[in-house]
Design a protein around this ligand. Structure first.
Ligand code: OAD
Length: 259
């Protein structure tokens, strides 16, 4: 049971054990959620006031049934969200995770975020288990559709089969992409360090990954502004913003001396 909860605003110093484990580790997996993009201005999902699901009904916008019923409305909602992302850039938390990929020769980033900001920050080994809002795919054939031309008809049509094109994101009632999820489970069960950053850890199967890692012997830590459902099941919770905690952590891993 994790009785180690450090509030970085209050306690200031990072736990020695955490830094030692991070320094000794050969392999590292990071799991991110919406909290990592919050400091870039992307709304999270479950914030009571600004959260996406507090302001938009999942059943109207984020299910295959919703798309079948009203494809134009769903497409336009995603276009609206894509437009919001145009002016959004990675924050210090994203850049610190890109640094971690340089530090560990064996590194994987598993993200629930669909905003593409980890790629923008420079991460390469990224498993986007909920898809990417910038990509599109055929609603019927599930194949990626590049270079769509949005004409009068909304949504546009797949050039191969004529079905509607939809964003390549995972909707409710849909399975996760097979390769990404299998790889995420594989790397989670083999890593030395598993860092959970900015996720409420309530959506499965992503929330299972830290537990898989823990059961396989990894040192599992999380960074969040508040405790989550998994806090009691892992090794260390650091309370603070990812944009502040993650750069500090990478700095400490790299520092010749610390404390
Ligand atoms: P949530 O909105 O559920 O949770 C965001 C988490 O980030 C919360 O635990 C916040 O406390 C934390 N947080 C907010 N700002 C932070 C900051 N600056 N630093 C650190 N932590 C911060 O978002 P997710 O956990 O990503 O799925 O949600 C998981 C999935 O649920 C999403 O991928 C999406 C949603 O339904 C699909 O759409 C399939």
């Amino acid at each position: 049971m994790n009785l180690k909860i450090i509030d970085i605003e209050r306690d200031k110093d990072f736990p020695e054990e955490t830094i030692t484990r991070l320094r000794e580790a050969k392999s590292c997996v990071v799991l991110t959620g919406a909290g990592v993009s919050a400091e870039s201005g992307v709304p999270t999902f479950r914030d009571a006031l600004t959260g996406t699901w507090s302001n938009f009904n999942v059943e109207e916008f984020a299910t295959p049934e919703a798309f079948r019923k009203n494809p134009k409305k769903v497409w336009e909602w995603y276009e609206y969200r894509r437009n919001l992302l145009k002016d959004i850039n990675p924050n210090e938390g994203h850049y610190a995770i890109a640094e971690l990929e340089k530090i560990y020769s064996d590194f994987w980033l598993v993200t629930q975020n669909i905003d593409g900001l980890h790629h923008k920050a420079g991460n390469k080994n990224v498993l986007e288990i909920h898809g990417n809002i910038c990509r599109n795919k055929c609603f019927e054939e599930n194949t990626i559709v590049d270079n769509i031309s949005v004409g009068e008809e909304i949504p546009p049509r797949c050039p191969d089969c004529g079905s509607y094109v939809r964003p390549d994101v995972v909707w409710f009632h849909e399975p996760l992409p097979k390769y990404e999820m299998e790889k995420a489970i594989e790397v989670s069960s083999q890593c030395d360090i598993f860092i959970v950053a900015g996720t409420s850890a309530i959506v499965y199967p992503a929330a299972e990954l830290p537990i898989i890692a823990k059961n396989a012997g990894a040192y599992v830590m999380e960074i969040n502004i508040e405790e989550t459902l998994i806090s009691t099941q892992i090794d260390m919770t650091i309370l603070g913003k990812t944009g502040i905690v993650l750069p500090k952590l990478t700095e400490l891993i790299m520092a010749k001396e610390w404390k």
